[in-house]
Design a protein around this ligand. Structure first.
Ligand code: PMV
Length: 313
């Protein structure tokens, strides 16, 4: 039996603008993980089981857009094996889907790693390799992903990320003083592909306006990185507020997200913003140990379906 896992992620600063080459910051959400288990099988073929999704199919019968089937094809191509041994792949995930926490990338990364181990090719499964294959699968589902999700999920460390050719700029960085974050779910599922497509259309119609919005997000991400590295936690709150306002202008916030952000600030959070593609999904609030409980309760009262506390150290 070969088992591997990968974490969820949160984008702290710079979502959407990161698609257009501006820097962004993302961190792993280590307590929520996706896990893949590969077991050799005496029955012919490759069986895919995802109990959370009620899925149990043979690879040959899987729909053409099945995400796990796509991962297997990517790995098979990458390792240039004409055929794969008989096996059962079981996938499970604690990460809510379509909510900006990187569930798709985490599942893919976990399957890539477990499959590489099963095939005796664990030495190939470096973070860079896992990230690159995960990116190929993300492209199938998301159109034009920036690459930040697969990077943070595969490297499993805080990253400062800039999408660029010929190679993305990926800088792991240190967190000088612990950051206490609450991650609150609006309960509204949202498609990253649609939100990213809407931003692209608006950028095409109003290029100057959107370039300026993206520049603003990029500057915020740079300033935030400096604040995180020097332990200037107080500076991060206003940067989150500014970033949320720019995302509102890009039309990717929503009434539910705005309500949670306002409630968090009113209850004493240092800052709050949506995280990920927006229109639903999750928001994050920066708190201190002294304000955490009040903000947690305020988020639930304001309609959050769940609130997760995480510390970045
Ligand atoms: O909603 P998520 O977690 O898939 O985050 C998407 C982040 C975007 O910047 C909106 C898109 C991207 O590919 O970076």
């Amino acid at each position: 039996m070969f088992s591997a896992s990968a974490p969820g992620k949160i984008i702290l600063f710079g979502e959407h603008a990161v698609v257009y080459g501006r820097p962004a910051i993302a961190v792993p959400l280590t307590q929520l993980r996706a896990t893949a288990v590969v077991t050799p099988s005496s029955r012919p073929g490759i069986r895919l089981i995802a109990p959370d999704l009620g899925q149990d199919v043979m690879l040959t019968d899987a729909p053409p857009d099945d995400p796990i089937a796509a991962v297997i094809r990517q790995v098979q191509t990458a390792v240039t094996l004409p055929t794969l041994p008989h096996m059962t792949i079981t996938v499970s995930s604690q990460i809510p889907i379509a909510s900006g926490l990187g569930s798709g990338a985490a599942i893919t990364a976990a399957v890539v790693r477990a499959l590489a181990e099963f095939l005796g090719l664990a030495h190939l499964a470096t973070p860079a390799w896992v990230s690159a294959l995960t990116y190929e699968v993300e492209k199938i589902h998301h159109g034009t992903p920036s690459g930040i999700d697969n990077t943070v999920v595969a490297y499993e460390m805080p990253v400062y990320f800039v999408r660029q050719q010929p190679q993305n700029h990926i800088e792991p960085f240190t967190v000088a003083r612990p950051l206490h974050l609450l991650v609150a779910d609006t309960g509204v599922r949202s498609s990253t592909k649609i939100a990213v497509g809407d931003v692209r259309r608006q950028w095409q119609e109003h290029p100057a306006k959107f370039e300026a919005l993206f520049d603003g997000c990029g500057r915020i991400a740079q300033a935030a990185r400096a604040a995180i590295e020097t332990g200037d936690v107080a500076a991060l709150g206003p940067l989150m507020q500014e970033n949320h306002a720019l995302l509102q202008e890009m039309t990717v916030s929503s009434p539910e997200l705005d309500r949670l952000v306002t409630a968090a600030i009113a209850a004493g959070a240092l800052g709050a913003k949506l995280s990920g593609a927006g229109r639903g999904g999750n928001m994050i609030a920066l708190v201190t140990p002294a304000t955490a409980t009040a903000v947690h309760n305020a988020l639930l009262t304001a309609g959050a379906k769940s609130v997760l506390a995480t510390t970045l150290a």
